[in-house]
Design a protein around this ligand. Structure first.
Ligand SMILES: N[C@@H](CCC(=O)N[C@@H](CS)C(=O)NCC(=O)O)C(=O)O
Length: 206
């Protein structure tokens, strides 16, 4: 099994952290996502339909879209205990891709990356729209986490890896999170396999 990722990609962080939590053996390769797409390795371009990280190769098949990869891995490694839990997890994976996963990566790229990569600069209108969206979505998440250790209850699930990924970078861009979200985020580094996002995904070719 081989995963392609980059330290600035929360989408890659979801999958890398989940694989490390599972504790299985796999290879990891850093992809320079700021390089021109056509200059990336042939192996990566073959694995990743849109030349994006994360991409996973397993038993000769290529998998993309972070939350779809999480769902694939959860099935492969028998993470779900019953169909109801599997369905509840899928609902949160879809929610994340359309909510937090829509606004927070763009806000982070604007704040953290745009000084070096001007293409990530948002117009004021776009920034405000995404910011309002983030405030709403993180509020929904906060309500859902009330009196719960993890999004599905007492046990961590793939949905927690998806939902937390970009929120685990919020410190560095001075974005506040509400209380339940903050307490839940504090539980993620206590899980097996944790390293800071930059350590977890740092440059390693091969
Ligand atoms: N919806 C995709 C998003 C993947 C994505 O946007 N990846 C970015 C990094 S976070 C990327 O590889 N960008 C480089 C490029 O588009 O050339 C997922 O969930 O995996």
């Amino acid at each position: 099994m081989k995963l392609f990722g980059h330290p600035d990609s929360g989408h890659a962080l979801k999958v890398k952290f989940f694989l490390d939590w599972l504790g299985i053996d796999y290879n990891y390769e850093f992809v320079d996502i700021f390089s021109k797409r056509e200059t990336r390795s042939q192996e990566f371009l073959k694995a990743s339909k849109f030349a994006e990280v994360p991409a996973l190769i397993d038993e000769g098949h290529c998998y993309t879209q972070s939350n779809a990869i999480l769902f694939y891995l959860a099935d492969k490694f028998d993470v779900f205990t019953n169909a109801k839990q599997r369905q509840a997890c899928l609902q949160w994976l879809v929610w994340e891709a359309n909510k937090i996963g829509l606004c927070l990566p763009q806000i982070r790229a604007h704040k953290k990356l745009s000084p070096q990569y001007p293409d990530f600069t948002l117009s004021q209108g776009a920034y405000e729209w995404l910011w309002n969206r983030y405030q709403h979505d993180v509020g929904v998440l906060d309500n859902e986490l009330n009196n719960k250790s993890f999004i599905l209850g007492d046990q961590v699930s793939p949905a927690d890896f998806a939902l937390s990924a970009y929120l685990l970078y919020t410190d560095e861009i001075a974005i506040d999170v509400p209380e339940n979200v903050s307490l839940w985020l504090g539980r993620m580094p206590a899980l097996p396999g944790w390293q800071s996002p930059y350590d977890m995904l740092k440059g390693h070719i091969g």
